[in-house]
Design a protein around this ligand. Structure first.
Ligand code: 5GP
Length: 114
């Protein structure tokens, strides 16, 4: 099967700034930021979307959320707050079929989202 866009960023085939990585997850700036801070945290394993995650993915899913929080803190968002977003499927606004968690911060975010 062909590699996902995010796998190509993870491998270094496509260029990106690396904000954080470990054996399970990879964090990098979104190319089209919708907030002053907009970072994506993705599992290195190309799980297409949260709806397709399996029981065996428990550890990687835990790491995804834990590291999203620690990257947000590293980026100075802890005090003012931030939002973590996972889009799933068409109505959720998913455009890249490789699970990712958006970290959005640096401005007040409205609720509910559009
Ligand atoms: P989704 O809409 O699937 O939740 O989020 C996909 C995100 O990937 C979008 O916010 C989009 O801007 C970002 N994105 C798409 N292509 C690239 C790319 O080549 N590099 C980076 N850094 N982000 C990308």
């Amino acid at each position: 099967m062909s590699q996902t866009l995010f796998e190509r960023l993870i491998s270094g085939e496509l260029p990106t700034k690396v904000i954080y990585q470990d054996e399970l997850v990879f964090a990098f700036p979104d190319i089209n930021p919708v907030a002053p801070t907009h970072v994506l945290v993705v599992p290195k394993k190309p799980i297409p979307r949260i709806a397709e995650a399996k029981e065996e993915d428990q550890v990687v899913l835990g790491q995804l959320l834990l590291k999203a929080a620690s990257v947000a803190e590293m980026l100075g968002l802890e005090k003012t707050g931030y939002r973590l977003v996972i889009n799933n499927g068409r109505d959720g606004g998913e455009t890249v079929p490789h699970l990712h968690c958006h970290i959005l911060g640096g401005r007040t975010l409205r609720w509910p989202p559009g």
